[in-house]
Design a protein around this ligand. Structure first.
Ligand code: BES
Ligand code: ZN
Ligand code: ZN
Length: 478
């Protein structure tokens, strides 16, 4: 996987493929520069998802359909880029033409950015653990056009996609390889490379900071926990500060409330929130928005060693509240409780957490939608708008006061599970206990979209990096 992106005013001599995005109207109008007899013989109408290759004397052409002009969106260009890169094998030098849709004429930079994001994300493969990985194909994409708008669209697409692909790499690494210590070490290197400051708390420091949630989850493990704090400080500040929090369970066996073999099989993905925060922070370091951003990443695995937290044990969270652990598999909320307590002590305009938190959210929304909960309507709308821009799907769920009593405990302030139903909501209500009421807060449950059992959209099987783009967009427009 390696794509170099350039610009040019005309198709370069060595280009072997011209990729052009087309609408159904364009094809129906029989454009003179296309072999429309051939297109109709192949039933190519430029419907969304249709793609056709034709041979020419100096280069081939790929026409990528995005459906009707009236429904065209940047997301369709992102999907066009992804399906092109998935569909080609041998073409090395691709020239990209945005085509004639209204949106391409009105907002050329945005559609170029989206197409390139799709291309880079669609080209992703995780080969780090193959004994003889295929040699990565080096490709060039030349964008037809010129000017600073296009140049910055290219730079943004490169930064954003590299953030997403980093998150995917982290999720795809097995829990036995990407331990909390290794995660923190890799994150430190990446943070420094991208102009972020970084602070890592080790086990004793986490103890000193009284993060009893992380310590309680870590108790059944031989791996040391870590707490990573990343900071981006803008040169020209708009005075805003956003805190991003990511669940970093490097492997979730469930603890003594052990998962089934099937339930455990993909649980290396349980640091998907942490990976998304890291990926977003890296891209934010490159894009340099005007808000200050802090990333908080609590890291441990959830194992069942001899001294593992027992059902019934009570943990002391950083904000002083006590939690009766009645199911050790509801561990993500315990480490987030510490991180949210810490975030609540900082001066911030918003706190957003991302977590592969509940199977219940997957039951409700399936594998492509994240559940969105929160305490502030403006922040919820800002996240919905960001998701609309980036093509990541979120769905607003309630935090019902009526269900709060499900978390009442006989012995402690709260217990870590509710009743059998509405598990995504009671998880959200649990987190709310650890957030300052003065700070707008949102929680995004990415249990469904963080990991793809089957390829969808711009994602191959495995880690998707879901949330990275959304967080970047949110920060940029905050
Ligand atoms: N990491 C899981 C949630 C999860 C499930 C993420 C499937 C991705 C895919 C989480 O720690 C968990 O086990 N949650 C429990 C909570 C329950 C015990 C209240 C669940 O959802 O079953
Ligand atoms: Zn769990
Ligand atoms: Zn978990």
């Amino acid at each position: 996987m390696s794509i170099e992106i350039k610009t040019s005013r005309s198709v370069p001599a060595k280009s072997d493929l011209l990729a052009r995005v087309v609408t159904t109207e364009e094809i129906a109008n029989n454009p003179p520069d296309l072999d429309t007899d051939y297109l109709s013989s192949q039933a190519f109408e430029a419907k969304e998802g249709q793609i056709i290759f034709t041979n020419g004397s100096s280069y081939s052409t790929a026409l990528i359909g995005i459906g009707e002009d009236a429904n065209a969106s940047t997301e369709k260009f992102r999907q066009a880029g992804a399906s092109l890169l998935r569909g080609i094998k041998n073409f090395k030098s691709i020239t990209f033409e945005v085509g004639e849709s209204d949106i391409a004429k009105e907002n050329k930079a945005a559609v170029i950015q989206a197409f390139l994001e799709g291309a880079i994300l669609g080209d992703y493969e995780f080969t780090a653990l193959k004994s003889s990985p295929p040699k990565p194909v080096k490709r060039t994409i030349t964008v037809l056009g010129s000017g600073s708008g296009i140049k910055s669209a290219i730079a943004r697409a490169e930064s954003i996609s590299s953030g997403v692909n980093t998150a995917r790499d982290f999720v795809n690494l097995p829990g036995g390889d990407l331990t909390p210590v290794v995660f923190a070490r890799k994150a430190t290197v990446l943070a420094k490379e991208n102009g972020l400051s970084v602070k890592v708390l080790d086990g004793p420091a986490i103890k000193k900071a009284k993060m009893g949630g992380i310590l309680g989850v870590n108790r059944g493990s031989t791996q040391q926990p870590r707490f990573v704090q990343l900071t981006y400080k803008p040169n020209k500040s708009n005075g805003k500060h956003i805190i991003l929090v990511g669940k970093g369970i490097t492997f979730d066996a469930g603890g003594l409330s052990i998962k089934t073999a099937q339930g455990m099989a993909t649980m290396k993905c349980d640091m998907g929130g942490a990976a998304a925060v890291l990926g977003a922070m890296i891209a934010i370091g490159q894009i340099a928005p005007n808000a200050k951003v802090t990333g908080l990443i609590p890291l441990t695995d959830n194992m069942l060693g001899g001294d593992a937290t027992r059902p019934g044990d009570v943990l002391h969270i950083k904000n002083g509240k006590t939690v009766e652990v009645l199911n050790t598999d509801a561990e993500g909320r315990l480490i987030l409780a510490d991180a949210l307590s810490m975030a609540s002590r900082m001066k911030a305009d918003a706190i957003v957490d991302l977590a592969t938190l509940t199977g219940a959210c997957m039951v409700a929304l399936g594998s492509q939608y994240a559940g969105l909960m929160g305490t502030d309507d403006d922040l919820i709308s800002a996240i919905e708008n960001a998701a609309q821009q980036t093509g990541e799907r979120v769905w607003h769920l309630p935090l019902p006061d009526e269900y709060r009593s499900q978390l009442d405990s006989n012995v402690a302030d709260v217990k870590n599970i509710g009743s059998n139903w509405g598990g995504a909501l009671t998880a959200g209500l649990f987190l709310k206990e650890f957030v300052s009421e003065e700070i707008p807060w949102a929680h995004i449950d990415i249990a469904g979209p963080a990991f793809a059992d089957n390829a969808w959209g711009e994602h191959p099987k495995g880690g998707t990096g879901f949330g990275v783009r959304l967080l970047i967009d949110l920060v940029e427009n905050f």
